[in-house]
Design a protein around this ligand. Structure first.
Ligand code: PMP
Length: 382
């Protein structure tokens, strides 16, 4: 069976050129960057420097403002818990929003158990926060605002520039989880004054298990404290021997994205639009979840009213899509993102998320939309 992979928001296949860049660092260049010998440590130090440069070019920051992590989950945890560790007692308030990824929500919930106050902003029917509500939620005790760039289930893009501006005016640290946005839309940290930004390689055709955390002016100010101690790597913020092959892979993936993301995103958005057009032409009682225009190019989340999403997926074994976020270990609780849209009737059990990528073809999109339409009709016919 030829699978049609429409789950690129969960992860992307590694690009062959990225894998080629990584392999020498698993074979001959196996050194630890901490080893002083030039042919062992020196070679890998240079490769890690190049990778840092490549990642910084993609998001337009300085390479000395980046530290490597094991992925966006760790980046988010380090950002939030690391900031909390540094915050004075009278500054223990965070503003975030209900449809963040669990790697933001869970550290916030943990901090609540330690006496922090967290405001979870609601979102509207499209998944957007209201900037005025955000302003109203800020207090003298607010030390952090954490709002994602684009949602991983519905693709809605938040008003990041406006939020960043407010945070700068109020002297509040702004952390942004940009895991789904980097390599899909322009993320330019020179023009948007975000303080801390998290992202991951495996959403942009890089390897799993590596990510980065941007921390503005890292050499001048201490926005966060470490959560992991050991050999002092990554400017004392993230101890542990670097996963050099993956770091090199993340660099290669970011270079590839820098040169191609505009074209990829245009093509992917066309595929997504074509897919949605077919479904909306063929089926009644379906609706789009999320913001229809200001959204990430690669995500389409659709409610098939009167059908059951798990049931539909079992009827479509050749299709790889998902009922929510793949980031939870086999739990079948309904999506908190869809629940946050407060739709009536409830959409969380009839919705499917499709994530498109640069490897998808027109033909695949046509077959997928055709099969889904037939499955929904069959399901509804009982
Ligand atoms: N944040 C967002 C918005 C995501 O989509 C994901 C991955 N689904 C993560 C964080 C976690 O990333 P990682 O898998 O690299 O830990």
């Amino acid at each position: 069976m030829n699978l049609i992979y429409l789950d690129h928001c969960s992860t992307t296949p590694i690009d062959p050129s990225v894998l080629d860049a990584m392999l020498p660092f698993m074979r001959e260049s196996y050194g630890n960057p901490g080893t002083p010998h030039p042919s062992i440590g020196g070679v890998v130090q240079q490769a890690v420097r190049n990778a840092r440069e490549a990642v910084s070019n993609l998001i337009n920051c300085r390479s000395n403002e980046l530290i490597w992590t094991s992925g966006a989950t760790e980046s988010n945890n380090l950002a939030i818990l690391g900031l909390a560790e540094n915050a004075p007692l009278e500054k223990r308030h965070i503003v975030t929003q209900v449809s963040e990824h669990s790697a933001v929500l869970e550290p916030c919930r943990y901090l609540e158990t330690k006496g922090w106050q967290v405001s979870y902003l609601p979102v509207d029917q499209f998944g957007l926060i209201d900037v005025h509500q955000l302003e109203d939620a800020l207090m003298d005790s607010t030390s952090l605002v954490s709002i994602m760039w684009g949602n991983n289930e519905i693709g809605t893009i938040q008003p990041i520039e406006a939020i960043a501006k407010i945070c700068v005016e109020r002297g509040i640290v702004f952390h942004c989880d940009a895991t789904q946005a980097v390599g899909k839309v322009r993320v330019d940290l020179e023009s948007v004054p975000i303080s801390i930004l998290s992202f991951s390689a495996h959403k942009l055709y890089g390897p799993k298990g590596v990510g980065a955390l941007f921390i503005r002016d890292l050499n001048k100010q201490k926005l966060i404290a470490p959560r992991q101690f050991g050999g002092g790597q990554e400017k004392l913020l993230r101890a542990g021997t670097l996963n050099v092959p993956c770091v090199v892979g993340m660099g290669a993936a970011c270079s590839l994205a820098l040169n191609n993301y505009r074209r990829w995103s245009e093509d992917i958005a066309k595929l997504r639009d074509h897919f949605e057009t077919i479904l909306f032409e063929r089926l009644t009682h379906i609706s789009l979840n999320g913001q229809p225009t200001n959204r990430l190019p690669h995500i389409s989340n659709i409610a098939f009213h009167g059908a059951d999403n798990e049931g539909l997926l079992t009827m479509l074994p050749q299709l790889v899509a998902s009922t929510g976020s793949a980031c939870h270990v086999a739990d079948f609780t309904p999506s908190h993102v869809l629940a946050s849209l407060e739709k009536v009737p409830d959409i969380s059990e009839c919705s499917l998320r499709f994530g498109f990528g640069k490897g998808n073809t027109e033909q695949e999109i046509f077959i997928a939309a055709d099969e889904i339409s037939k499955a929904v009709s069959r399901y509804r016919a009982g």
